[in-house]
Design a protein. Structure first.
Length: 219
């Protein structure tokens, strides 16, 4: 098909919506765009109950990314280590329920990537301000690595760092923008990954903030 006049003048109207990154990893460009306003409303309701906080690593350093959770289990770190906890240690109450728009979107994205029947029980909500970053790590606190992880990017763009099976492999740099969803499963599930230092910017829906929702099956 020849490119339209619009594409010739302004470039592609949208990116390829279903972009395989590697075996087990699929970028669904813009998959969450239609739900972005509802997702941000759900996020606001969650953090009214369990506010964002800078958790402390086992080494004693506060993370530059602030975090909250919703769902039956929430990911936490403190001096004792990394784990999933049914309760928010700050409120001593259960984490807020996962909004239906969250769980529905995660299940639809997983199915589109070939993981039908994904039922997340945990959603970690990451909040990035300019200057925040997430160093290379693996997600290994979940009980069964056969389940994928679904990630939803909202607000400011970021550069996702995608390493290999070992920390020493030099990571690929993958731009993630508002509305992008990535599904990581199978052979991609245990790869090292992180987020490069956030640049300043302004997004019409979030201002100078990037949010990332990661949906997991913790238990
Ligand atoms: C690849 N979050 O919360 S999402 C995390 O953008 C985390 O906030 C990043 O890494 C963020 O743990 C990246 C993409 C992601 C999430 C989990 C993965 C990629 C992954 C697990 C295995 C492999
Ligand atoms: Fe991670």
């Amino acid at each position: 098909m020849p490119p339209s006049a619009l594409e010739l003048d302004f470039g592609p109207v949208e990116r390829d919506p279903h972009q395989p990154l590697a075996a087990g990893a699929v970028l669904l460009g813009g998959f969450a765009l239609q739900d972005a306003v509802a997702l941000l409303a759900g996020l606001k309701a969650v953090v009214a109950i369990s506010p964002f906080r800078h958790m402390v690593t086992p080494g004693g350093w506060p993370m530059s990314v602030s975090m909250s959770n919703c769902g039956a289990a929430g990911w936490v770190t403190d001096r004792r280590g990394y784990r999933y906890d049914p309760d928010d240690p700050e409120t001593a109450r259960p984490w807020p329920a996962m909004p239906l728009v969250f769980s529905t979107l995660a299940a639809r994205a997983a199915e589109a990537a070939g993981f039908a029947g994904f039922v997340p029980d945990a959603c970690l909500i990451n909040r990035y301000e300019p200057g925040a970053r997430l160093t290379l790590h693996q997600d290994r606190n979940e009980r069964d690595f056969a389940h994928p992880i679904v990630s939803v990017s909202l607000g400011l763009p970021a550069t996702f760092l995608w390493g290999g099976a070992s920390r020493s492999e030099r990571p690929r740099r993958i731009p993630l923008v508002h509305g992008d969803v990535v599904v990581w499963g199978g052979p991609a599930r245990m790869t090292f990954h992180g987020v490069d230092t956030m640049k300043d910017g302004a997004h019409p829906l979030t201002g100078a903030i990037r949010f990332n929702l990661t949906f997991r099956r913790a238990n």
